[in-house]
Design a protein around this ligand. Structure first.
Ligand SMILES: [Zn+2]
Ligand SMILES: [Zn+2]
Length: 144
């Protein structure tokens, strides 16, 4: 069930309140998410219009590819969101890392993408959708 949740970066300079937060999350194993997060991006999709930020002056963004930007706290380096910037249905939402929510409990994994780039060091359990890079490109038209 969609709900209202709050979150913050590690140092607390940036806080947010999100409404209509889904109870599912996706995982991206692509090379960029792996380096950006140090592991994989566990992302919760939230509409930009459902987000209210505090301490926005501390948010830095990088256009990390032709199609997306990534944001972090410039004080502590916490990854804050991934955002598809090319026009289309994806651009209305951002992916908020699961770990920055004050209460990261209660979410269910519903999809892993770039499964063909996942390190063989671990597997995520469960009977959810798993898509390769090629399948992601075919399904969404952009590299997420
Ligand atoms: Zn911070
Ligand atoms: Zn990724």
């Amino acid at each position: 069930m969609a709900q209202t949740k709050t979150g913050q970066c590690m140092c607390g300079a940036v806080r947010f309140t999100a409404t209509n937060v889904p109870d599912t999350f996706g995982v991206c194993h692509c090379d960029m998410c792996r380096r950006w997060t140090g592991s994989a991006l566990f992302g919760v999709s939230v509409a930009q219009s459902d987000l209210t930020w505090e301490g926005e002056a501390h948010i830095k963004t990088l256009q990390s590819s032709d199609w997306a930007e990534r944001a972090w706290c410039q004080r502590c380096g916490t990854s804050l969101y991934y955002h598809v910037t090319v026009d289309g249905p994806m651009s209305a939402k951002v992916e908020i890392p699961l770990g920055v929510f004050d209460d990261p409990n209660g979410f269910t994994l519903n999809r892993e993408i770039f499964i063909d780039q996942k390190p063989d060091s671990y597997d995520l359990a469960g009977d959810h959708e798993r898509l390769t890079k090629a399948e992601v490109m075919a399904k969404f038209g952009v590299q997420l």
